[in-house]
Structure formats: C-alpha cells, structure tokens
Design a protein around this ligand. Structure first.
Ligand SMILES: Nc1ncnc2c1ncn2[C@@H]1O[C@H](COP(=O)(O)OP(=O)(O)OP(=O)(O)O)[C@@H](O)[C@H]1O
Ligand SMILES: [Mg+2]
Length: 449
C-alpha cells in the first residue's frame, strides 16, 4: 500500500470571496489542503477546529484586522506560521506585520509564482523550526547530572565509570567552565567512597603560606596564632575524596609535599614530627597545560606522572555539537522554574546563533547567558536581537540565502567595528575603505553602533 504524504494545511483569510476562491484553487492545485475564512472571527473558529501549518491573512478587513489575527496566533499557537497579504504596499505595514510575527508578506497584486514561492519558503521555515524545537525538546540524558549526548561526552562518561571503580588518582583537564568540578563530584559519588566526604579545595584561592596548614592541619603552637591543633582538609576527607582544583597554582615546595602524600599515603600536620596514615583519594584539576609547565620547570615532573594515572580531558563546549541545544533547554527550564516564569521559546535563528558561537567560557558562560535571558526577557519568544551582541554575530554563518547585499554589508561592518572596539580607523583599514567612506556608510545606517 502506498503511503500518502500528509498534505500541508493552509488557512486563507480574506474578506473578498473572489480572492479567497482564487488562492484556494491555486493552492489546492499545488497539493495543499486549504481552509478559508471571510473574517478574523471565522478564521479563529476554523483554526480551532482544524489546526493548520500556515495562515495566510489579508491585512485590511472590516471589523478586526489581519494584524490582530497574526498577534492572536503568535500569542497562542507556537506551531503555526503566518503570512500576510497586503493591498497597500507601505513599508510601515510590512514592517509591522513582520514585527507582530508574520513570517512573510505578499503585496497585491501577486503572480501565482510569487504566491507559491512565498508559501513554500514560509512552510520550509516552519519545518526547520519544528526540527529545532524537536531537538530542544528531546529529553537529555544526564548521567551523573552531566548533560550531554555527543560522542565526546560519551567518552567522558565512560572514563568516569572507569575511574569510579578504582581509587586511582585522576587528573581532570579542560578549559574553564567545562565541568571539571562536576566530573570530580560524579567520580566521588559513584565510587565506593560515596558515603564519606568529598572535599573540594581551590588551590588558587588559598595563599601559598596557608595552603599547607589548610591541607594537612597544624598542631598547637606550630606558628603564631596556632592556639590549638586543627585538622586539615586531608583529615576531613579521610575515607573519602579530596579534589585539588587548579593544582597548577601550587608552588614547588607544596608540590613536593603533595608528592610525598601520594607516595606514602600519610600526612604530617604543620608543626608535628609524626606522619599519620590517611585513606584519601586524590582528584586534581587544571585548565592549564601541565606538561608545558613541566617543561618550563614550574611543575614537578614526578608529581605530574603521579597525578596523571587516569586523565579525563573535557572537550570545550564548541566541540560538543547539539549538546549546546540540550544545555540551553536544560538551563532555560531550570531558570524558568526557579523564577516562576513561563519557559521562553527560541527562534530558529537565535538557536543557530547560539549553536555557532564559540563559547570561550564554555558551559558556565552558557548557563549565565541563559539565566540573563530568562531574567531579562518579558516576551516568551527569544529572537536573535535579544542575544548579547557577541552571539548575534555568530548568526552570520547561517547558510540560508535570504539576505540582500546591503544587509550583509551592514552586518559585516558592525561585526568588524565590534571586533576593534568601535575604533573607526582600524575598522576602515580592515574593510579596505577610507575613513570617509566608512563615515558615509555609518550615516546611512544609523542602527550601527
Ligand atoms: N555537562 C553539564 N551539564 C550540566 N551542567 C554543567 C555541565 N558542565 C558544566 N555544568 C555547569 O557549568 C558550571 C561550570 O562547571 P564547573 O564548575 O564544573 O566547571 P569547571 O571546569 O570546574 O570550571 P573552572 O575551570 O572555571 O573552575 C556549573 O554550574 C556546572 O553545574
Ligand atoms: Mg572549577
């Protein structure tokens, strides 16, 4: 049995019966299923009974205008595109139509070809958007609370599973904000040490001279102010895991002491002459290239090899493909819930811009951007224009060919200006034009900042 492809459904709204009939016949002959309505009220009734993919509405109609219909559909139905027909070719009404949410507009009189190509383009956009939303809505699997389905993250999950089944030292590397601490916690809480303490220590935040007593503790009188003995992080972590974050920020003396702990499994409190056995698993993290520090002589080679029994290298976010979309979905829901706000939807272009952006601050940066968007946006629809400017420009690499040369030029000039912090002399040089030409172009397009 042949499977018949489901017809795309279109609702046409126009107060002129002749226009309605003409468009209906044309679209039906092109293979669409068509519904018609002579007023906005009738359109809404028809629409509610028969949800459609596309609404084509006339702008000027007695009683309620097409603009109100566009607004009604945009506010209430996210899965339908809208196209406006206007008999009065004014830029204002076209701009307003598009601002209100019409995806395309067509000016009367139009040829059959213009009708078909505009309808096709609008429906294609709908399908791209649906595919994007479907990707967003896919429930992300989150082993260990880490969101990610990319091959790169699957490798990480496998490494976490391996690391959890041993007590070996693990070195976790990766750019800032890639989730190193989350991975350390994942290892601890899925290991046999889960019921004992996980003790994170940020080696960069503790001044060098304090680090030793913070880590190993001190005995009474060890130094001025040591009025009584105090345990250190290693004693607290006994039976559990210590996470030495930013390990590259420790000095060479401290490194020698850590090496001894790793070799002998015992620590010596500051001011004491006895070492005491501890059962602590060590996880360490760094966003630096430790090997190059070893070559420079600022990191001990023997410690490097002791730490590096298992290495988990976290990929930068930009190399995780669609994980970016899963994370956006995860954070937008999380912050929406926290702030008791409706969860906003993203336009396909906005998603594309976020997907293309290079995310130097990785997941932490993405988390912050989404949080700011949820806090700042009152609308339930986030468009490219709502994004921070750095991200807006990453939309430039989109592949659809629907922009005029003038639009591309404006965006490119803006992009170059941003990259040189608004310095017009430098921008003109990069653009290969003189300052005066640049000034004239800027005068013509006041939106460029
Ligand atoms: N895969 C992920 N899924 C969900 N949240 C994540 C993921 N990776 C990171 N995060 C979140 O991103 C933020 C940064 O993660 P984390 O602190 O673990 O990064 P880091 O690599 O230790 O960063 P830094 O180098 O700056 O210390 C945290 O809020 C964390 O919860
Ligand atoms: Mg960290």
């Amino acid at each position: 049995m042949a499977i018949e492809k489901k017809k795309e459904r279109i609702l046409v709204v126009d107060d002129s019966p002749q226009t309605l009939e003409l468009i209906r016949r044309n679209l039906e002959s092109a293979g669409y299923q068509v519904f018609t309505a002579k007023s906005v009220a009738e359109a809404i009734r028809t629409f509610e009974a028969n949800p459609v993919d596309l609404v084509i509405t006339d702008l000027k109609m007695p009683e309620v205008s097409g603009m109100d219909l566009v607004k009604h559909i945009r506010d209430n139905y996210t899965d339908t595109e809208v196209m406006m027909i206007t008999g009065y070719p004014s830029v204002e009404s076209a701009v307003e139509a598009v601002k209100t949410g019409a995806e395309e507009y067509l000016t009367k009189p139009f040829t059959d070809e213009e009708l078909f190509s505009t309808v096709r383009r609008t429906l294609d956009k709908l399908h791209i958007r649906r595919a994007g939303q479907a990707r967003l809505q896919k429930i992300a699997s989150a082993p260990y609370g880490l969101i990610g389905e990319s091959a790169a993250m699957h490798k990480v999950f496998n490494m976490i599973a391996k690391a959890s089944s041993t007590s070996a030292t693990v070195l976790i590397t990766g750019e800032s904000g890639t989730g190193k601490e989350l991975v350390a916690r994942a290892i601890h809480y899925s290991s046999s040490r889960a019921s004992a303490q996980f003790v994170p220590v940020n080696c960069a935040a503790i001044p060098g001279e304090l680090l030793e007593s913070e880590l190993f503790g001190h005995v009474k009188g060890a130094f001025t102010g040591a009025i009584e003995s105090r345990a250190g992080f290693f004693q607290t972590a006994d039976g559990g895991t210590i996470f030495l974050d930013e390990i590259s920020d420790t000095g060479l003396t401290m490194q020698a002491k850590l090496l001894r702990v790793l070799q002998d499994k015992e620590v010596c409190m500051v001011g004491s002459t006895h070492s005491r056995k501890v059962d602590v698993r060590i996880l360490a993290a760094t966003n630096k290239d430790l090997l190059s520090l070893v070559k420079k002589g600022t990191f001990r080679e023997d410690l490097y090899y002791r730490l590096n029994v298992i290495t988990i290298d976290l990929p930068p976010l930009r190399d995780r493909g669609d994980d970016i979309l899963l994370l956006i979905n995860y954070f937008v829901n999380k912050f929406g819930k926290d702030l008791e706000k409706p969860v906003p939807r993203f336009s396909e272009n906005a998603l594309q811009a976020l997907r293309n952006y290079h995310w130097p601050g990785n997941v932490r940066e993405l988390e912050n951007v989404v949080q700011r968007l949820v806090v700042m946006t009152d609308s339930d629809f986030i468009e490219t224009s709502d994004l921070p400017s750095l991200m807006r420009f990453s939309a430039l690499s989109k592949t659809s060919f629907d922009r005029t040369l003038a639009e591309v030029e404006v965006e490119y000039i803006q992009n170059v200006l941003t990259s040189v912090d608004g310095n017009r002399t430098k921008a003109a040089k990069i653009l290969g034009i003189d300052r005066k030409t640049l000034r004239d172009k800027l005068k013509k397009t006041p939106d460029i900042k």
